[in-house]
Design a protein. Structure first.
Length: 232
């Protein structure tokens, strides 16, 4: 995750894309099995700027994402099973405010670099693994997603269950994109899905208890905040 370069280019890149396209930004298509009868959390008050000097706070339905810190570096006290500290390159953290309670979200990337040389020209290709945790005094939830080519898959674990996560590449109107438009999580049935294309939104299975609802939404917020080289 090359954060230093993206801090400078973030706002300009988004504005340039809007000007050049002259139309609304794409959105992830509503996921099958969740679109009908699910709880939809829309994003509000999310600006275009991102990076260490930007205020990246926004609202996600009844929740608030605040104090996004892209200077945070993982430490020996932070760990996720299946995530290698030896290849961790950096991260970010945020506050996920749910009424009077707050979850602390922390995410970091594990990167593998493959160098491909073409005569005098060398290109670096990166395949990232993203690990996130959302923690409170008595609850903890984790998410790990790894990329293999254009597909992304992983595991989301809450205090109440464990779910498989897969990337979604279909956008509204039947289009598709190489980089993920979002992700969905399911176990015996669908748990939820997140649209990571700005501004973003979340679908949640109705009937989740308050703790799992907040933990899932917090981890999905971590995915929204990830600044992938392929999917700003």
């Amino acid at each position: 995750m090359k954060r230093e370069k993206r801090i400078v280019l973030g706002t300009r890149a988004v504005l340039a894309a809007l000007i050049l396209t002259g139309c609304a930004r794409p959105r992830m298509a509503a996921p099958s099995g969740l679109a009908a009868g699910s709880e939809i959390l829309e994003v509000a008050d999310r600006g275009l700027a991102y990076g260490m000097l930007a205020d990246e706070s926004f609202r996600l339905g009844p929740f608030r994402i605040a104090e996004v810190d892209r200077k945070w570096e993982w430490s020996s006290s932070w760990s996720i099973s299946g995530f290698s500290k030896d290849r961790t390159t950096g991260g970010y953290k945020f506050q996920f405010v749910n009424g009077k309670s707050t979850l602390v979200g922390k995410c970091a990337t594990e990167q593998k670099e493959t160098k491909v040389e073409f005569g005098p020209v060398r290109s670096d290709e990166y395949f990232a693994k993203l690990g996130c945790s959302c923690e409170a005094a008595r609850r903890a939830a984790t998410l790990i997603i790894a990329s293999t080519g254009q597909a992304y898959a992983g595991t989301l674990t809450t205090s109440d269950g464990k779910y498989t996560v897969t990337s979604v590449h279909v956008t509204e109107g039947g289009g598709s994109r190489d980089a993920p438009a979002g992700y969905r999580a399911e176990g015996d049935g669908p748990l939820g899905a997140v649209d990571v294309l700005r501004p973003g939104r979340v679908w949640l299975k109705k009937g989740l208890d308050e703790g799992e609802r907040a933990e899932t939404s917090c981890l999905f917020a971590g995915l929204m905040l990830y600044l992938s080289p392929q999917n700003p």
